[in-house]
Design a protein around this ligand. Sequence first.
Ligand SMILES: Nc1ncnc2c1ncn2[C@@H]1O[C@H](COP(=O)(O)OP(=O)(O)O)[C@@H](O)[C@H]1O
Ligand SMILES: [Mg+2]
Length: 384
Amino acid sequence: MYIKDLHLKYFRNYEKEEINFSPGICLIQGANGQGKSNLLEAIYNLCFAHSFRNLKESDLVYWNKPFYYLQGTLCLQQRFFKVEVGYDLLKKRKVVKINGRNVKQFHLAEYCPVVFFLPEDLELVRRGPEERRRFLDREISQESRLYGDLLSRYNRVVFQKNQVLKEKRSNKEIKELTRPWNKQMVYFGSRIIQKRAQVLSTWSTLAAHNYSVLFKYAPEMKIVYNNFIGEDAVFADIEEIENRFYKEISSWEEEEFKRGFSLLGPHRDDLTFLLDGRDARRFASHGQQRSAVIALKAAQIQSYNKKNEKPLFILDDVFSELDEWRKQQCFLLLRDAEQVFLTITKKDSCLDTFLEQTACSSFLHVQEGKILEINSNGKNSTIC
Ligand SMILES: Nc1ncnc2c1ncn2[C@@H]1O[C@H](COP(=O)(O)OP(=O)(O)O)[C@@H](O)[C@H]1O
Ligand SMILES: [Mg+2]
């Protein structure tokens, strides 16, 4: 997948910009606060029609302007889609169009192959379970439309159940009221667990291979999915997961009544990175933890390539966080994607050397919400 062109109007700190892209590497350079991340946010918005961080639409509108409007052409599965996304502040109305037609549910295809790499992802191993879960959900929702639907339904059910558990009622009443919710939790939750288990198993195998190739003489890496069904969830069929889930959730009724909220389900899952069988969170060095994340990102790209659609790879300021060696290893990943957007504050020799050997790269300079395209000999070619 790649983006052919992008028009921005009153989006974040961009007043009006038009940019053409080609497949390959697009380097976006600029000092802090100039609009690099905003440009990536626009790209994300175009691909998914919602904000990356689930921010309010009104935050995306240029200050004191009445709307924002994005338009772009995406090439996905060898088809071109003209996508328009806009938000009107006064009418509080969002409009999304594909090929000129208003759409209610925004889906370009079964999945939209975009892999994001943010500086905070580098800290994934040492962060809390909630952040890892959020990461997992964000990434799998991009890979599977169905997963996103299941997740929002599941979360709604957990919310409703928690409302009931908070009420001051007798134990018997609470049980009667929560049982129907439990059934729904089992239905949606089992499918979430199954999908997470499958995706993580694929990622784990690919990441383990990447870790050993990228970081030679490295310990053996594994990603383990922690859930109450057990490590064998990936081999279980859906009925089996449902049965285990139902049995387990029924045994927690008393405790949930006492504590007043839902205690069991995929909303409490986590993942563990193992290096030579040991929890990387507790035993690995900071550098090794970051290497594990790089290996995982590579795995995500490869899992799209296995489906015959090379992804879009977006890296926001990741390189400034990495040492020379890890930077070099990270460059290797860029070639596996169809198109790469990567932001940096300063150009460095390491990156220059890599780009010299890589065909098809373009270079944008961002300054105060204006985008300048620089051609290969370093001169401004056009003001896009
Ligand atoms: N809705 C908005 N309207 C106008 N400017 C905005 C809006 N949201 C953020 N900005 C400005 O965008 C700049 C940050 O852009 P960002 O893309 O995060 O910078 P960087 O180049 O460091 O990634 C800040 O100067 C901020 O004031
Ligand atoms: Mg930024």
